[in-house]
Write a protein that binds this ligand. Structure first.
Ligand SMILES: [Zn+2]
Length: 215
């Protein structure tokens, strides 16, 4: 299985200075880069997983977001995984896992099939986020899974639509929640988030190997 750990905000052609939200001397992208790098290091030791991270020196997962999507759609299969790494802001106390379920222009697999795979992946990521961070994962579409299925006009919709594989915007914490911030700053949650991603990829890979939606 291939996994893309894309760092949100950084390396955009159209906005080179974007680093996301700012709080107490830190940018969102500082922390996102830290947890994504740590997850990358953990996943590199897994032989059945091929992991990629935003890397300007290799021209991988950089540039405007549509370019990253094109790269993923050219190099990944339907069962692979794309995570765009962010943090939320607005002083909340929950994690968000956002996707556009079943949205694909040139249908490689059927909508239902894609939706089932995306829901399964998102659920695994959600479970591990709750487990490793002890935080609840919100679902604003109230569909009782824990994936926020973005609709046209929602923040993030244009970013994660049209992927051929499950694609998520991941906001595991709030940079401006005082408690979240201190746990991010002292590294506790950098480790916890990295482990949540790592464990999710392992479980997703096992789920595919055991037949996925076809079992
Ligand atoms: Zn962001």
């Amino acid at each position: 299985m291939k996994v893309a750990l894309d760092i949100g905000h950084l390396y955009k052609d159209s906005n080179k200075d974007d680093k996301g939200a700012f709080y107490q001397g830190f940018y969102e992208a500082d922390f996102a880069l830290m947890y994504a790098k740590k997850a990358y290091e953990l996943l590199k030791t897994e032989h059945s997983i091929e992991v990629f991270i935003s890397d300007p020196t290799k021209n991988i997962l950089v540039g405007d977001y549509w370019k990253r999507r094109n790269w993923v759609n050219q190099n990944f299969n339907e069962n692979d995984l794309y995570i765009q790494c962010h943090l939320n802001s607005g002083k909340g106390n929950y994690a968000l896992i956002m996707s556009v379920l079943g949205y694909l222009d040139d249908k490689i697999i059927s909508q239902n099939e894609l939706t089932k795979i995306e829901t399964a992946y998102g659920q695994i990521l959600s479970n591990n986020t709750m487990k490793f961070l002890g935080i609840s994962v919100k679902d604003f579409d109230e569909s009782k899974d824990t994936i926020w299925n973005l609709k046209e006009g929602d923040r993030g919709y244009d970013i994660v639509k049209k992927f051929k594989c499950p694609a998520f915007i991941y906001e595991p914490a709030f940079i401006d929640n005082v408690i979240h911030f201190s746990l991010l700053k002292d590294g506790t949650w950098i480790d916890a988030i990295a482990k949540a991603i790592w464990k999710s990829c392992i479980e997703i890979n096992q789920w595919i190997q055991s037949g996925g939606t076809k079992k």
